[in-house]
Design a protein around this ligand. Structure first.
Ligand code: GLN
Length: 287
């Protein structure tokens, strides 16, 4: 048995040297995960670790220092007050994306039992957060990647989101809108999406941790706008009249996405800022 405090300074230093953004927080999370010692006990001066616990912590620290995101190491992450399984092959839910959920909820406030589709669903965080907040809604969550789809179905179970139905489809395939709506084209009150939107040439500039996330969830093609153009064109007729299409967008994409919506006949263009002050969500209404 060794006193935890003996190791803490060295471990913190390792994380700092590796350029980890919030080393004290991350160390605390890693110790809790690897050794089962919660925050309060870690802070107590008399916390002790067995050799096995030390090895377990050091193994995870080594992964973290090599750039594996903390969220993948923990295997779970919180979004909109709910837990989601995460790991290699699925985009980690971001706090910014809660802005998308909030706008979606606002837009559906007066719709008693909305039909919603979430395209490029990934972990399912948007679909599941909406479904849990709107128990009478029916939410279709569409994802193509095998790895992400596995997380999506597990997260539906984890959150007991019985009103979410998962579909493994390529949202860009011409046949997908009719599969999604079962040919009843004007079906949805809300179509919502956080598609890949990073310009291909910017991918290599991304933070080391983000580079461990699936490129398929990030690569928005040369100008970053391909998914907005295609989803808007392919799915506009899947909305009921008066239904909403809502997107998360990249830091400098708000105007371009507003234009795409307008060119496709959408009205009531609505923009929402994230907590960092960026125009993060753009929505429009089918006339
Ligand atoms: N917000 C993510 C990032 O900046 C990108 C997510 C996306 O492409 N949809 O890393």
């Amino acid at each position: 048995m060794v006193n935890l405090q003996k190791y803490k300074a060295k471990w913190l230093q390792n994380l700092e040297k590796a350029g980890v953004f919030a080393p004290a927080f991350e160390l605390c999370e890693i110790i809790q995960h690897a050794a089962g010692i919660d925050r309060a006990h870690q802070l107590a001066g008399d916390a002790v670790l067995t050799d096995k616990q030390i090895d377990a912590v050091e193994e995870l620290l080594a992964l973290r220092c090599k750039g594996t995101p903390l969220q993948y190491i923990l295997g779970k992450w919180e979004f909109y007050g709910l837990d989601f399984f995460v790991g290699e092959g699925v985009l980690i839910p971001r706090a910014d994306t809660e802005t998308l959920v909030e706008l979606g909820l606002k837009l559906m406030k007066n719709v008693p039992a909305p039909h919603i589709a979430d395209l490029c669903s990934g972990s399912g965080c948007v679909a599941i957060a909406l479904a849990k907040s709107l128990p009478l809604s029916q939410v279709a969550a569409v994802e193509l990647s095998d790895a992400a789809y596995g997380y999506l179905t597990r997260n539906i179970k984890l959150n007991e989101a019985h009103n979410v139905k998962s579909l493994q489809l390529d949202v860009l395939a011409q046949s997908s809108p009719s599969i999604l709506t079962k040919k009843n084209t004007a079906k949805f009150d809300l179509i919502i999406s956080n598609p890949p939107y990073i310009r291909t040439s910017d991918l290599k500039e991304l933070q080391r941790e983000v580079q461990k996330e699936p490129v398929m969830a990030l690569d928005g093609t040369a100008d970053g706008l391909h998914f907005y153009r295609e989803i808007t064109r392919l799915y506009k007729n899947c909305l009921k009249k008066g239904g909403w299409l809502a997107y998360e967008v990249g830091d400098d994409q708000s105007t371009d996405v507003q234009n795409i919506l307008e060119q496709n006949g959408f009205a009531n263009i609505t923009v929402q800022n994230d907590l960092g002050g960026f125009e993060r969500v753009v929505a429009g209404r089918r006339k």
